[in-house]
Design a protein around this ligand. Structure first.
Ligand code: B1M
Length: 217
């Protein structure tokens, strides 16, 4: 039963029908389906199909934009539900997160931010297209334990490296753990730029953040 709904959700993104995405998400929640399952088994596969069609030239930029609108409307319903499931009451740590300069991809970064707050972290979300100096001052001002850097483009991944370099130059590198992620980012890239960790998805980011602040994974 849920499989049919997941397929319909994916199709609504591929067909560029944000109203249907919104209604189907509502329907899935009403049926008691877990928000993370709705995201991982319905919405993300749909976005991946849209991305593949864009890569092969079958879809154009407006198709990406309308699919993103559907995903964001679904997230408006899902984010409060994810937060309501918060299990931990003590604050494990403070996280500054954002998408790097030149990159306006928001959905994955916001999902990571939501999951971190749902797991008790205090999160400062700086948004998208964030310049290096803004990351540095936010780390300083909030006394962050973790800096999370999201990049969705191969051309913007290099900003993660520049930010780490800038933190070193500001004498702040040893004061904050850095985690990186985003579709083109890999574990070996994280090692190359001397980040403290890489996570493939939002739940992985929560596990990594807990590990980085000295808790259990
Ligand atoms: Co863009 N785009 N896009 N796009 N877009 C991709 C990323 C692309 C792979 C599509 C493709 O060609 N197949 C491609 C990048 C190719 C590359 O460089 N490797 C691409 C391109 C080329 C572009 C433009 C250059 C297109 C153009 O203008 N010609 C342009 C760039 C704009 C810019 O940033 N300067 C562009 C624009 C856009 C839109 C604005 C239209 C829109 C974004 C709207 C928005 O966010 N408000 C958009 C979209 C929607 C996509 C796809 C289709 C979907 C992205 C998404 O939201 N996925 C994407 C194709 C794809 O990913 N399959 C694509 C769902 C989301 C839940 O997953 O973001 O991967 P994701 O996040 C995951 C993980 O990556 C991880 O956890 C998240 C949750 O599981 N994660 C982290 C993310 N950040 C993390 C941080 C962490 C840890 C884990 O720690 C800190």
């Amino acid at each position: 039963m849920s499989q049919v709904l997941f397929q319909q959700l994916a199709n609504s993104l591929v067909d560029g029908d944000p109203d249907a995405t919104f209604d189907l998400t509502k329907q899935a929640l009403a049926q008691g389906i877990e928000p993370l399952a709705i995201i991982n088994q319905g919405l993300v596969p749909g976005m991946n199909i849209v991305g593949d069609k864009f890569a092969t030239g079958e879809y154009f930029l407006p198709d990406l934009i309308i699919a993103a609108e559907g995903m964001q409307r679904a997230m408006q319903l899902l984010e409060p539900e994810l937060s309501r499931r918060q299990q931990e009451l003590s604050i494990p740590g403070t996280v500054v997160i954002g998408t790097v300069k030149g990159d306006i991809h928001e959905i994955g970064k916001s999902l990571v931010a939501t999951m971190l707050s749902a797991n008790g972290f205090k999160v400062h979300d700086l948004g998208v297209n964030v310049p290096t100096d803004k990351f540095i001052s936010a780390v300083q001002d909030s006394n962050a334990d973790i800096l999370g850097l999201s990049a969705l483009l191969t051309t913007t991944m290099v900003e993660q490296q520049k930010i780490i370099q800038a933190l070193k130059e500001a004498g702040l590198r040893s004061k904050v753990k850095i985690m990186v992620g985003g579709a083109p980012v890999t574990r070996s890239w994280a090692e190359e730029i001397e980040a403290d960790g890489y996570a493939e998805d939002a739940m992985g980011a929560v596990r990594l953040a807990k590990f980085l602040v000295g808790g259990t994974v």
